[in-house]
Design a protein around this ligand. Structure first.
Ligand SMILES: *Cc1c(COP(=O)(O)O)cnc(C)c1O
Length: 398
């Protein structure tokens, strides 16, 4: 049966798409999305099975390939990113891995911004080279460095903007142009902004990576990821790799992420408003040497962030005198969670130099500007004054 909302006109706004896009009801007419916890699917006959396996007719075969709940999540996310297709993965890292292994081969080269998620750095710096893929790290905002790193074997550019933890912003359009002029594709990890604040495909990027674990869920419950893009050939490569290699998303997790997406626009606006106020308040504290937040006029790429993004996001970092000061503030909190996760309704506080970026060599950390006085916040949705009181307890001791 066709229900009236089954089609998704692209002109619908993000608020509507987040709740409605991709909806396909079963014959039961359920209002909330159905969950399909099944590992395989049955066929009407031997001929039906043969036709589905040979892809003469579309249809489910096995949940490592397709699952209706997982596919609905991928379709809805793709609609939000204004992409032609989406593929859900078991984690954000499996989205990165599947994209790289599907699109690169021995002898190919990948250029990436140094300031990216720690596990992605390890994948690029340690594991991919084992398989004959050369990887080069450059400074996110230094376009001349990206240009210099290009060789005839460069196939992929990989960037995260705003970066973690220093919230640097790159011009996606310029980076995409540079990649395309040199026969490479641009992958953007859009985890920090989500499609609500930034849609990299509309700015020229070829692929988007998501860790659904962060804002898409937004309530710290599940691990998951996704890849979104436009090119059908790239879809075929990544989907083919994924259904063969296996890091696909479970139906249970997909259902939780669907619930997360429903409130994503609302939460992102609230995260932005709250982070802006907290960043401005931190900037006024004498013990705070510097605040990193794209929404501040003092941010070197404030104008770019304003043009490229619909909001400045929920991640705020700030610099204190040294590690003792940073740890004093962290150890004094009672509302903030001391955890490396981010994108949650709960505010979190991290010391990047000794946790998320602890495995980097000192020289690389220095180059990236991650000092021992740096503290990173993921600003959640608790009451603002409770968060200020919580930080003030430690700041007063400095
Ligand atoms: C967490 C994160 C990832 C990895 O995602 P997982 O779901 O933990 O595998 C990738 N990129 C960014 C920016 C992240 O924050």
């Amino acid at each position: 049966m066709n229900y009236p909302e089954d089609d998704d006109p692209v002109e619908r706004s993000l608020d509507t798409l987040a709740i409605r896009a991709g909806t396909q009801r079963t014959a039961e007419g359920e209002h909330s999305e159905a969950i399909f916890p099944t590992s395989s699917f049955v066929f009407a006959s031997a001929a039906d099975a043969a036709a589905r396996f040979s892809e003469q007719i579309p249809g489910n075969i096995y949940a490592r390939f397709t699952n209706p709940t997982v596919d609905l999540f991928a379709r809805r996310l793709a609609a939000l990113e204004r992409g032609q297709w989406g593929i859900a993965t078991a984690s954000g890292m499996s989205a990165v891995l599947a994209s790289c292994l599907a699109l690169l081969q021995q002898g190919d080269e990948l250029v990436y911004s140094a300031d990216i998620f720690g596990a992605t750095v390890t994948l690029f710096a340690k594991y991919l080279p084992r398989y004959g893929i050369r990887t080069t790290a450059v400074s996110l905002t230094d376009l001349a460095a990206w240009q210099q790193a290009i060789t005839p074997r460069t196939k992929l550019f990989y960037a995260e903007t705003p970066s973690n933890p220093l919230t640097q912003v790159v011009d996606i359009r310029q980076l995409a142009t540079l990649a395309h002029e040199n026969g490479a594709k641009l992958i953007v990890d859009n985890c920090f902004c989500t499609p609500i604040l930034q849609q990299p495909l509309t700015l020229g990027a070829d692929l988007i990576i998501h860790s659904a674990t962060k804002y898409l869920d937004g309530q710290g419950r599940c691990i998951g990821g996704a890849v979104v893009g436009d090119d059908p050939l790239i879809y075929k490569e990544i989907y083919g790799f994924l259904r063969t290699a296996g890091p696909t998303m479970s139906a249970f997790n997909a259902w939780v992420f669907l619930k997360g997406l429903e409130t994503l626009p609302l939460r992102m606006r609230a995260h932005c408003a709250q982070a802006q106020q907290l960043a401005e308040w931190l900037q006024a504290q004498p013990a705070v040497k510097h605040v990193y937040y794209p929404g501040l006029l003092s941010h070197p790429q404030h104008a770019l962030a304003k043009a490229q993004q619909r909001g400045f996001g929920g991640i705020v970092s700030f610099e204190l005198a040294d590690q003792t000061a940073a740890w004093t503030v962290i150890d004094a909190v009672r509302v903030f969670s001391i955890t490396a996760n981010l994108g949650d309704t709960r505010s979190t506080i991290t010391h990047p130099a000794t946790t998320t970026h602890g495995r980097l060599a000192q020289a690389d950390r220095d180059k990236a500007g991650i000092t021992h006085g740096l503290v990173r916040l993921s600003v959640g949705l608790e009451d603002l004054s409770d968060l200020q009181t919580d930080l003030m307890r430690g700041i007063k001791q400095l």
